[in-house]
Ligand binder design. Structure first.
Ligand SMILES: *[C@@H]1O[C@H](CO)[C@@H](O)[C@H](O)[C@H]1NC(C)=O
Ligand SMILES: *[C@@H]1O[C@H](CO)[C@@H](O)[C@H](O)[C@H]1NC(C)=O
Ligand SMILES: *[C@@H]1O[C@H](CO)[C@@H](O)[C@H](O)[C@H]1NC(C)=O
Ligand SMILES: *[C@@H]1O[C@H](CO)[C@@H](O)[C@H](O)[C@H]1NC(C)=O
Ligand SMILES: *[C@@H]1O[C@H](CO)[C@@H](O)[C@H](O)[C@H]1NC(C)=O
Ligand SMILES: *[C@@H]1O[C@H](CO)[C@@H](O)[C@H](O)[C@H]1NC(C)=O
Ligand SMILES: *[C@@H]1O[C@H](CO)[C@@H](O)[C@H](O)[C@H]1NC(C)=O
Ligand SMILES: *[C@@H]1O[C@H](CO)[C@@H](O)[C@H](O)[C@H]1NC(C)=O
Ligand SMILES: *[C@@H]1O[C@H](CO)[C@@H](O)[C@H](O)[C@H]1NC(C)=O
Ligand SMILES: *[C@@H]1O[C@H](CO)[C@@H](O)[C@H](O)[C@H]1NC(C)=O
Length: 632
């Protein structure tokens, strides 16, 4: 699970001198600014409404408006178009007559109160998880004719929310900020290089060792990056390894870097994505037209008051499940967890009080970095950190930008908007006395699939499409740990979150092949007496190669360079994983084949909560599909 990389050279110090931060476009663009707050600014929004029953949480008015407007202006046509795709597929495969009428009734209702609310979650796992997630999203994308033929296209367009953490945050935030292009264009850049602002992921350049085998080139690269964060340091904010990591990620997942060759990738006269902010996503055309799903990214926090007895039961877990999970979205930063239950405007992240507002702190690359910063895992002792792959960069950072010893260099430092804010419902705000939140990789508590935001009752999510691609085992495949952790975490806050029953051990996942085929969890939860709404989970893991193929999708989390050909091979295989369903052996040829009913079964699961709302019984192919795909 560790995100390692090598930095095996000693010439790091050389090229630091002679270049000044003032020459770098990025240094200015990366700096937060202090301004007078607009009249009436309140930096804290309580998100918990007290009442006698289950806790009522409230969304920001901006998010509510985004979701409801998307519901009335975009989703009616999106769901109807998805239904068309499923019906064409069914006709072509002779399945039409078995589809119960309620599927069409729901999907073509054009009524937001009738159709389901869908959220998609993209897990962590470095570049591998970003690629795996991109492949699944492409299979769900109505702009891809192959995906429509396969009967899945259109679900991406029909989703209300999309969440990501770590490698999954790179995927969903790069997709959002590039104005929601088709996935191949996102990953590889536009077919006409330079014809669109975003030039693709530039994965052929290593995230940190960007000079490849040329160590002095990499040294120059790292020193440039450190110069780029000097602007932020000069404004008085702590800078840490996470700021260095942010500037490196920015060259891959934020608009501003051309990857044509080494000279464009290393250009010092462009901003390399500095200045692109999370709150700025609201100005994009696909955001203003509500045509992209609402993006949410997670990070964990290192709390000195954390309860160590709630560490999830897996090696490499550093953050107790009971620590607060913070979410970033274009409008707000904060948490629905009862320990905090409060939010602050993303645009003003870093602000000291209601009169002086900070802007430009919410750099998109910094959010991607906070969500994927697991380098604190090297810090088991000062010496271990020093000898770790990031030791030389930490040393260079520390020597270049002297700061108070109180600054913890291995975590992302965010001025704590919730300083002094009490907890709710008898829960203690673990960070109430911390001036700075120390944010780390959103998967460090073991919950590597970002399901948490989709369990928030006020979001009314019916169906979660969970994409899970962590390296749970030595072969870099998923084994189900993440879902088990989600279950355990939700059970710590029973009045706030409701999670469907899932296996409690990875051996149950293994025995039933649950990571090797799509699985539905919570098929019958809506009929339980539980007072909170429980989403149905459609779980697709990177658990094994599809259809008996040679595996391509289980690259190491530490692999941070990919040639386009390798990514293409992985994406093709992910397409098969997303479209195979529960494969079966063809008796005549002896080969593994896709389940022809899978696209219809998927539609049955997608509408199942909406079906229950209508008070209609499961029937036709939907009854047999759910029997086959549900875990019980
Ligand atoms: C559609 O998906 C297929 C299968 O992954 C992929 O090969 C193709 O490039 C995609 N096409 C477009 C236009 O996105
Ligand atoms: C490494 O990069 C530097 C700077 O671009 C260049 O001068 C040098 O020739 C390169 N070294 C090798 C071995 O390619
Ligand atoms: C940066 O420099 C390159 C080569 O020196 C030049 O081609 C390019 O136009 C410059 N870009 C900007 C934004 O100034
Ligand atoms: C820590 O967690 C354990 C297990 O959930 C619980 O029994 C204990 O009371 C907690 N300790 C504190 C100080 O909250
Ligand atoms: C707000 O913060 C600024 C900058 O830290 C400080 O100078 C000012 O006194 C604060 N104002 C109030 C009302 O606390
Ligand atoms: C940072 O530099 C200071 C002063 O030179 C030194 O005391 C401290 O140990 C350094 N910290 C790290 C993490 O290298
Ligand atoms: C390593 O962890 C310790 C304890 O949490 C912390 O005080 C220290 O600042 C960390 N070191 C660095 C360089 O981040
Ligand atoms: C917890 O750890 C033990 C021992 O390593 C292992 O047998 C068990 O399967 C783990 N439980 C879960 C839920 O992963
Ligand atoms: C799991 O998959 C293997 C082959 O990959 C198959 O032999 C076995 O029957 C499957 N088990 C279940 C419970 O489906
Ligand atoms: C859900 O309920 C139906 C009808 O009561 C039953 O046939 C099915 O086995 C149940 N499925 C699960 C996964 O519990």
């Amino acid at each position: 699970m560790l995100f390692l990389f090598q930095l095996a050279y000693s010439v790091l110090w050389v090229s630091l001198y002679g270049k000044t931060s003032a020459q770098l476009q990025a240094a200015a663009a990366d700096s937060p600014q202090f301004t007078a707050c607009p009249a009436g600014t309140n930096l804290i929004r309580p998100a918990s409404v007290s009442s006698s029953g289950p806790t009522q949480q409230s969304l920001s008015t901006f998010e509510s408006k985004y979701i409801s407007t998307r519901g009335t202006t975009v989703l009616p046509a999106a769901w109807a178009s998805y239904f068309n795709t499923v019906s064409s597929y069914s006709r072509a495969h002779g399945l039409s007559s078995q589809i119960p009428a309620y599927v069409s009734q729901i999907l073509t209702s054009h009524a937001p109160s009738v159709f389901p609310r869908l959220g998609v979650a993209a897990s962590g796992g470095g570049y591998r998880a970003a690629i795996f997630g991109a492949g699944v999203l492409d299979a769900l994308d109505s702009r891809n004719a192959t995906s429509n033929m396969a009967g899945l296209g259109g679900l991406l367009q029909s989703a209300s929310y999309i969440t990501g953490l770590s490698g999954g945050s790179w995927l969903i935030l790069s997709l959002s900020q590039a104005d929601f292009p088709p996935l191949p264009e996102l990953v590889f850049g536009p077919s006409q290089p330079g014809s669109k602002p975003f030039d693709g992921w530039n994965a052929q350049f290593d995230i940190t060792q960007a000079g490849g085998t040329n160590a002095s080139l990499t040294a120059a690269y790292i020193s440039t990056i450190i110069q780029e964060i000097v602007g932020k340091a000069k404004t008085g904010f702590p800078v840490t390894f996470a700021d260095v990591w942010a500037r490196a990620l920015s060259r891959h997942f934020v608009t501003g870097t051309r990857g044509d060759d080494i000279s464009t990738f290393f250009a010092t006269n462009v901003t390399h994505g500095a200045g692109v902010t999370l709150s700025g996503l609201t100005g994009l055309s696909t955001f203003k037209s509500h045509t992209q799903p609402f993006p949410i990214v997670l990070a964990d926090v290192l709390s000195s008051n954390g309860n160590k007895s709630n560490i999830f039961n897996e090696t490499g877990i550093f953050v107790p499940l009971s620590n607060t999970i913070y979410e970033f979205n274009p409008f707000e930063f904060g948490s629905f967890d009862p320990m905090v239950a409060a939010f602050t405007p993303t645009q003003f992240l870093g602000s000291p009080n209601n009169s002086i507002c900070v802007t430009n702190f919410d750099q998109l690359s910094f959010v991607e970095s906070a969500s994927s910063n697991l380098f604190n895992e090297f810090n088991t002792s000062a010496e271990a950190l020093q000898n770790s792959p990031i030791g030389p960069i930490i040393a260079l950072l520390n020597a270049s930008i002297p700061q108070s010893p109180a600054v913890e260099l291995d975590a992302a430092s965010v001025p704590n908007p919730f300083f002094g804010v009490p907890g709710t419902q008898g829960f203690v705000n673990l960070d109430a006395e911390e001036k700075f939140l120390k944010l780390v990789d959103g998967g460090e508590n073991g919950e590597i699939d970002p399901l948490q935001p989709l369990l928030v009752q006020a979001r009314e999510v019916d169906t979660i499409f969970a994409i899970d691609a962590p390296a749970d085992n030595a072969d870099n495949f998923a084994e189900g740990f993440s879902i088990i952790a989600s279950q355990q975490r939700a059970s710590l806050f029973p009045s706030v979150y409701s999670f469907p029953p899932v296996p409690t051990t990875v051996s149950e996942f293994a025995a039933r092949n649950l990571t090797k085929r799509p699985t539905f969890f919570g098929c019958n939860s809506s009929t339980s007496l539980h007072s909170l709404h429980t989403p149905l989970i459609i779980y697709i893991a990177n658990g094994a190669p599809p259809l008996g193929q040679e595996p391509l999708t289980n690259t190491a989390t530490m692999q941070t360079t990919y040639e386009p050909e390798q990514i293409r091979g992985m994406l093709n295989q992910v397409f098969d994983i997303a479209t195979q369903g529960i494969p079966h052996v063809n008796q005549r040829t002896g080969t593994l084949e896709k389940d022809a009913e899978w696209p219809v079964c998927l539609a049955c699961a997608v509408v199942d909560r909406a079906r229950a709302r209508l008070g209609v019984k499961r029937s036709g192919i939907c009854a047999s599909c759910l029997d086959r795909y549900c875990w019980s």
